[in-house]
Design a protein. Structure first.
Length: 278
């Protein structure tokens, strides 16, 4: 940006000079012509191997030049002021309306999208929230949206330790934004995975050992509001929460089911290298 400002300044200064001082501009061109002529004389003198004739030194010339410059400045004061104003105008515009650029390496502010990653780097060991009563997961409303949830495993200790900390960090960030998260299902046995697959494609497409639930690297979550589970994304409040939940999960390096063809807004997983299936 500094180079741009300097180029604009020089260009504006040249334009202002030509507009307000055409005679001076002509004198400048004459001076350039005289300099080129003197340079030609010196070159010819060097070719003839004899020094060019030296002009006698005028000791009073600098004083006369300064005096003439002072008289010229007093006579053209308004024009000089206008030229300076035009020259400084592009610089002022760039400084006022130009983009504020800052090297990202020196920006130590932590944005909302980096909050999860920052918490993970700090190494804080979070504790799972206390479990909810079992009857919360078997209400008629819950069964209509998420059948067979009453037999799901919600034991936090069966999740991979690193994945568990990422999930808890996301829960903490969501709580700051007014959403209380609840673990619906964490670890899932191969038998349960096969059973859920048999319930149809609207439940899951993955068979036994084809889901990260079997490795403790996936979790299904929902929201808890006014003493009830809110699972369906048809609730605008829940949909907004799921979108934020997905952003935080992806910021933590996890995969969010809300981007799949068969959308699963409450599902996140930690995709690890391929494991040997037993």
């Amino acid at each position: 940006m500094l180079i741009t400002v300097l180029l604009l300044f020089v260009l504006a200064l040249a334009v202002a000079w030509l507009m307000f001082f055409p005679s001076a501009a002509g004198g400048g061109i004459d001076a350039i012509d005289r300099s080129i002529a003197r340079l030609g004389e010196r070159i010819r003198a060097l070719r003839q191997q004899r020094p060019p004739p030296r002009q006698p030194r005028d000791l009073l010339a600098p004083r006369r030049v300064m005096a003439a410059f002072g008289d010229w400045t007093r006579d053209h004061g308004p024009l000089i002021g206008g030229a300076v104003a035009i020259a400084l105008l592009p610089v002022a515009l760039v400084l006022l309306f130009g983009e504020n650029r800052q090297l990202s390496g020196f920006d130590d502010r932590v944005g909302a999208e980096n909050r999860v990653a920052t918490s993970l780097l700090q190494g804080e060991q979070l504790v799972p929230p206390p479990p909810l009563p079992p009857d919360v997961f078997v209400t008629r409303e819950v069964e209509r949206v998420r059948p067979h949830l009453g037999t799901a495993d919600r034991d936090w200790s069966r999740l991979d330790p690193q994945f568990r900390q990422r999930l808890l960090t996301i829960y903490q960030a969501m709580a700051v934004e007014g959403y209380t998260m609840v673990l619906l299902e964490g670890y899932r046995s191969p038998d349960r995975q096969a059973f859920l697959q048999s319930q149809g494609e609207n439940v899951t497409n993955a068979g036994a050992w084809q889901s990260y639930h079997q490795y403790g690297q996936a979790a299904d979550s929902a929201f808890f509001r006014d003493g009830k589970l809110v699972i369906s994304e048809k609730d605008p409040w829940a949909l907004n929460g799921y979108q934020r939940y997905g952003e935080l999960a992806e910021a933590a390096g996890l995969t969010w089911g809300g981007r799949w063809t068969l959308r699963d807004f409450g599902h996140i997983e930690n995709r690890m290298p391929a494991r040997s299936k037993k």
